[in-house]
Design a protein around this ligand. Structure first.
Ligand SMILES: Cc1cc2nc3c(=O)[nH]c(=O)nc-3n(C[C@H](O)[C@H](O)[C@H](O)COP(=O)(O)O)c2cc1C
Length: 166
């Protein structure tokens, strides 16, 4: 499915980085969801990227009400290509809509208010847990330090899908 633009919602910049990389690779304009209504009509076909907050893809509901989504990319801390079923379920993303999970990063120093507090609570909870799963262990090590895991390679499935879907 041909898209008119790449639209995104980003809090600390990782999703924006992916959106810009993707736009460049696919030759599509890139726009924040907050500014998109000025540029794109309702019903325009777009690829949507949102950051993951407690398994929720930020802006997905709004984006899906306004635009025809060709695909959704969920940018979180989990490894690229994992957690798809969980994200699909939590956001009621239909099976027929392609979903890609991309590993973003964490900038704890830039977080404020509720986001800062929630990460602290998550870290405390995971630290206190006696039996941590492999996934919990990995999440704990990722939230303990700042880091960026954004890479061109992580976008390869999205680029491959777009090439085939045209
Ligand atoms: C309060 C909070 C909750 C988060 N919840 C999740 C989550 O449920 N799953 C996940 O994979 N990442 C989670 N993350 C990590 C973010 O999705 C990750 O930092 C992302 O790269 C942020 O993208 P951005 O820089 O575009 O805002 C959370 C981050 C914060 C601050």
């Amino acid at each position: 499915m041909k898209a008119e633009a790449v639209i995104y919602t980003s809090k600390t910049g990782f999703t924006e980085q992916y959106a810009k990389k993707l736009g460049e690779k696919l030759g599509l304009p890139v726009c924040a969801l907050a500014d998109a209504s000025k540029k794109y009509r309702n019903g325009a076909t777009v690829i949507y990227l949102g950051w993951v907050f407690a398994n929720t893809v930020k802006g997905y509901k709004k984006a899906t009400r306004r635009y025809k989504l060709a695909a959704v990319c969920a940018v979180g801390l989990s490894d690229t290509g994992t957690m798809e079923a969980e994200i699909r379920k939590a956001n009621t993303i239909p099976q027929k809509l392609p979903l890609f999970t991309l590993q973003g990063g964490l900038k704890r120093s830039q977080l404020r208010g509720i986001n800062k507090l929630l990460i602290k609570i998550l870290e405390k909870g995971l630290t206190a847990q006696k039996a941590r799963s492999e996934q919990d262990e990995r999440m704990l090590s990722l939230i303990r330090k700042d880091g960026s895991y954004v890479s061109d390679e992580n976008l390869s499935s999205v680029i491959e899908w777009y090439g085939q879907s045209k």
